[in-house]
Design a protein around this ligand. Structure first.
Ligand SMILES: Nc1ncnc2c1ncn2[C@@H]1O[C@H](COP(=O)(O)OP(=O)(O)OP(=O)(O)O)[C@@H](O)[C@H]1O
Length: 353
């Protein structure tokens, strides 16, 4: 499916935080495909997302909804054959769609730091961790590796690596998973990027270590006033570190808004289902609500609302692409958002145009 879908208004305003600065990261009407160009598989369709300066946005959704493909293609890191076919990605005002490799290298690690689920993706197993962080500094700030030694040690200390003067000489395999992820975060923030993109930064870790690394993520983002886009399945992590949340389903963002209001009063039935299926340790609560059905795969998305087949609130309007229900500081892509009754279809379609 190509072409126009209803889009939220004022995406530059949403998530911009209090300052009137350039947003750290803006994805505007982003479409991503894979496979042969004459028979493409659409993976992401019309994603609009703004990460304001100093704002932390959590990107959530079930497995396969397109969270990773969205972030990786925005940063030019998606695999071969995955391509942006439409839209714009701006990091601190620099356009990345169609940018040359030199610009992408300057932006990645300079303006945007990245943290992946598996720290071994960003770390070279054959090089001491201190040298790797120093190299990231040399690449963006010049000078020799040795000249950055003090900063390397202070970065390791900042992410809570014990005895950083000694650990600086360690190889990645000599560290535990939690310490490796701390090193990956130190490397990602080495050049003081305006925005951090973290894909499931705590998922691969033991539960106790997850909490420690979450603290490091919180320090590197909220506490240091850095913007961040954090991809996660973990709604608890979003509640802990994010200011805003974007909910993704079948290659689209279906709801976006401040964490407090989205969690308290989700507008989209999918967001309601995700929140209801969250494990909560509460007295008397024994069973989890499981959302029926599974998300449709790329290539099998219906022309109307992709969530309709699983939605308990579905009606005949939902066979058409849903309009954007615009709130004061957020939006949902739904014919029947929680705040509204059944749609006046003519009015909604006018609003979607
Ligand atoms: N190179 C590719 N070619 C074809 N399909 C792909 C490619 N990369 C990803 N996909 C498909 O795109 C969809 C979205 O994948 P993605 O990894 O972005 O999902 P996700 O929401 O991040 O899921 P998870 O939470 O499991 O990481 C999936 O159906 C995946 O199989």
């Amino acid at each position: 499916m190509a072409g126009g879908l209803p889009r939220p208004r004022g995406i530059l305003r949403a998530g911009q935080g209090s300052g009137a600065m350039t947003p750290a990261l803006v994805l505007e009407d982003l479409w991503v495909e894979a496979g042969p160009t004459d028979d493409p598989l659409v993976l992401v369709r019309g994603v609009d997302l703004t990460v304001g300066a100093g704002t932390v946005v959590g990107l959530v959704g079930e497995s396969g909804s397109g969270k990773t493909v969205t972030c990786m293609s925005a940063l030019g890191l998606a695999g071969r054959g995955v391509r942006i076919t439409r839209g714009s990605v701006r990091a601190q005002g620099t356009e990345l769609v169609g940018a040359d490799e030199a610009t992408m290298r300057r932006v990645r690690g300079g303006v945007v730091g990245t943290v992946f689920q598996d720290p071994l993706i960003s770390l070279n197993p054959l090089q001491r961790i201190g040298d790797q962080i120093a190299e990231a500094l040399v690449l963006h700030r010049g000078g020799r590796r040795r000249a950055h030694r003090d900063r390397v040690i202070s970065l390791l200390a900042r992410v809570g690596i014990p005895a950083p003067e000694e650990r600086v000489r360690a190889y990645p395999h000599e560290l535990s998973g939690g310490l490796r992820q701390r090193v990956a975060i130190a490397m990602a923030i080495a050049n003081d990027p305006a925005v951090l993109v973290a894909d499931e930064p705590t998922t691969a870790l033991d539960v106790t270590v997850q909490a420690q690394v979450l603290d490091v993520v919180r320090t590197a983002t909220r506490d240091e006033g850095r913007a961040a886009l954090i991809v996660t399945h973990d709604l608890g992590l979003v509640a802990e570190v994010a200011d805003r949340v974007a909910v993704m389903y079948a290659g689209q963002i279906v709801e976006e808004g401040p964490v407090g209001s989205v969690f308290a009063a989700p507008q989209h039935p999918y967001t309601q289902g995700l929140l209801a299926s969250r494990p909560v340790l509460a007295p008397g609560r024994r069973r989890l609500h499981a959302m029926p059905g599974r998300p449709p795969l790329p290539g099998a998305w219906p022309s109307g609302c992709a969530f309709a087949a699983r939605c308990s609130n579905v009606d005949e309007a939902c066979t058409d692409p849903p309009p954007v229900h615009q709130g004061d500081d957020g939006w949902a892509r739904c014919w029947r958002p929680a705040d509204e009754g059944p749609p006046d279809r003519t009015e909604a379609q006018k609003g979607a145009a």
